[in-house]
Design a protein around this ligand. Structure first.
Ligand code: UDP
Ligand code: MG
Length: 346
């Protein structure tokens, strides 16, 4: 026989707190011709990670190096199997190398860092601490850009302002790729369908509970930065183009303005002719038709831009929304809590 329900039956005990301690961490490092930094990076990583006790793996993505980087990575793996390497067939650029690393990482958390020792491995301890407190994204913010010239600082600042203004996505000040992502974020990131990758923007776009911590960028010990002006410009254009279609659509508005100006001028001219008569025959009507036609053409370009922009948004195939957590679903229909992203059905 069933015993009568006691009030306590309605209070389910809290689920045993999944201890956040000592989860596995993957470190993803994109490298291009860093043969002289690999060994130092490995020893500093070991020195700063081992005391934490978390199991870890390091996935170095060789982005088509032409020096001895790959050989150095083979040697490293032979000495310590926690170091693995993915070698890309050619240079695909850092953004894609990072994406490759994230797809190969198996940890419950993934740290992305540069291979040139500009990102101090000692910061990772702080990342893990905040991750254990429940943050899904911990990003490092460089405290000062003293290495850069005034022009570089100015152009970086203007770019981020423009990016925010056009796309509505705000990028945290001084945050780069150096960060820790929880497995949930990595899974969403791996599922993004787009090919033009602007990681900084995508990290901000996917959201989740995030926190920034300050760090000081070290100076490069070997080699030089690969971010020359042309590359930076391409990076900036990629960033804006993959986060906004404003440049495509703005022409409608320009066209409307030009057409309005033409109509205004036409009416002023009409009144003027009626009152004072014609001074230079033929010229105003020519100007009006050029302006009006130009305006109409711009409007139609903008209309094409509107549709093209929509096609572009669809083709990117980004999820409509991203679920951070599902509460009370798993018992009902067996939905996997790890099923974090919903893609609109085609
Ligand atoms: N990198 C890469 N592919 C590239 C360019 C750079 O994997 O096409 C790597 C590089 O080896 C380094 C990191 O990305 O580990 C950051 O590059 P870099 O130091 O040139 O950039 P900066 O520090 O000036 O932002
Ligand atoms: Mg660097």
């Amino acid at each position: 026989m069933m015993r009568p329900l006691a009030p306590d039956d309605f209070i389910t005990p809290p689920p045993a707190q999944a201890t956040p301690r000592l989860r596995k961490v993957s470190i993803v490092v994109p490298v291009l011709n860093e043969e002289r930094s690999v060994a130092a990076l490995a020893s500093r990583l070991i020195k700063s990670l081992e005391p934490l006790g978390n199991p870890f793996e390091v996935i170095v993505v060789d982005d088509g190096s032409t020096d001895g980087t790959l050989a150095a990575l083979r040697k490293l793996n032979a000495q310590d199997t926690r170091f693995r390497a993915v070698s890309l067939s050619r240079n695909f650029g850092k953004e894609i190398a990072v994406a490759a690393g994230l797809e190969h990482a198996t940890g419950a958390g993934v740290v992305i860092m540069d291979g040139d020792l500009q990102h101090p491995p000692e910061t990772i301890a702080r990342f893990i601490e905040l991750w254990d407190q429940g943050y899904d994204v911990v990003y490092a913010q460089r405290t000062d850009r003293s290495d850069n010239t005034a022009f570089e600082k100015w152009s970086a600042r203007s770019f981020y302002r423009l990016f925010h203004f056009l796309s509505g996505t705000e990028l945290p000040d001084g945050a780069g790729d150096f960060r820790l992502l929880d497995r949930r974020v990595v899974d969403v990131f791996n599922g993004l369908g787009e090919r033009a990758r602007f990681n900084k923007g995508l990290f901000a776009w996917v959201g989740f509970r995030s926190i920034g911590i300050p760090y000081e960028v070290a100076t490069r010990t070997h080699g030089a930065s690969r971010w020359r002006f042309r590359r930076l410009l391409k990076f900036a254009i990629d960033g804006i183009a993959s986060f906004t279609t404003v440049p495509l659509k703005v022409w409608s508005y320009v066209g409307i303005l030009v057409s309005l100006a033409a109509l205004l001028y036409a009416s002023v001219f009409l009144v003027k002719t009626l009152i004072w008569g014609v001074d230079v025959p033929g010229f105003p009507s020519l100007l009006i038709s050029v302006l009006l036609l130009g305006g109409i053409q711009l409007i139609s370009l903008g209309v094409i831009g509107e549709y093209l922009g929509r096609v572009y948004e669809e083709v990117k195939g980004r999820p409509l929304y991203i679920v951070a957590e599902q509460i009370g679903f798993s018992e009902v229909d067996g939905t996997k809590p790890s099923d974090t992203s919903k893609t609109p059905s085609p």
